[in-house]
Design a protein around this ligand. Structure first.
Ligand SMILES: [Zn+2]
Length: 106
């Protein structure tokens, strides 16, 4: 068993697990009950954890989760154009004012 992901927010751990499920990677969530018992914000040592069985899948699993987290962030957060400083709505990948591409977007 190998730990792939851990978060204070159990819904993020479930989200990470669903990402792995879609990609046919088996995983389990540990310490979910512990953090649930505390309620709200859990202390660091009771954060729920996501584990995979197979070491061969560990690296792929980490990348899948990282890219899914990034995507869900970028879909909701406006970005600031590096060319002119304009605030751009998240659905655009290019500045409407100076046409600078947003480099951090995939
Ligand atoms: Zn701009």
């Amino acid at each position: 068993m190998h730990k792939v992901y851990s978060s204070q927010d159990v819904t993020l751990v479930h989200f990470a697990r669903s990402v792995l499920e879609v990609n046919k990677i088996d995983s389990v969530i540990l310490r979910e009950q512990l953090s649930g018992a505390v309620g709200g914000l859990a202390p660091l040592d009771t954060w729920p954890e996501l584990w995979v069985h197979d070491a061969a899948e560990l690296e792929q699993a980490r990348q899948l989760i990282a890219s899914a987290m990034k995507k869900s962030d970028t879909l909701q957060t406006p970005w600031i154009c590096t060319g002119c400083g304009e605030k751009i709505e998240p659905q655009f990948t290019q500045c409407w004012q100076c046409e600078t591409e947003w480099e951090s977007r995939d």
